[in-house]
Write a protein that binds this ligand. Structure first.
Ligand SMILES: [Zn+2]
Length: 111
């Protein structure tokens, strides 16, 4: 379950940023191509966060849609699931523009 390792990195990043304060909410941006199952990530987050400053925090996930630039027809398209193909010509010669994000956008903390 790769959500567990993602949860571990979120908790470690958030824990560092919190700098001793208690975190109430963690806002995370996840690209569609990361294939994260939100419920699995929330569950893993709860497990990993136990005993850390992030323990009581709510995980707020924002999914970033996947888009790619087709090198064949030079059109940008919204990508669905794997295999990733251009919506216009069906080619796989794509440059991925968005969808691979995984970042802690901001934290909300107790004063
Ligand atoms: Zn194309």
């Amino acid at each position: 379950m790769h959500e567990l390792s993602i949860a571990e990195s979120i908790v470690s990043i958030a824990g560092r940023q919190a700098n001793g304060r208690r975190v109430t909410k963690v806002h995370v941006k996840v690209g569609h191509l990361r294939q994260v199952v939100p419920s699995a990530l929330s569950f893993s987050f709860g497990l990993v966060a136990e005993g850390t400053p992030v323990e009581a925090a709510e995980l707020d996930l924002e999914e970033i849609p996947a888009t790619g630039w087709c090198r064949e027809c030079e059109v940008e398209s919204r990508l669905g699931n794997f295999p990733l193909l251009c919506k216009t010509c069906g080619d796989s010669n794509l440059e991925i523009l968005t969808g691979e994000e995984l970042m802690v956008e901001y934290l909300e903390m107790e004063e």
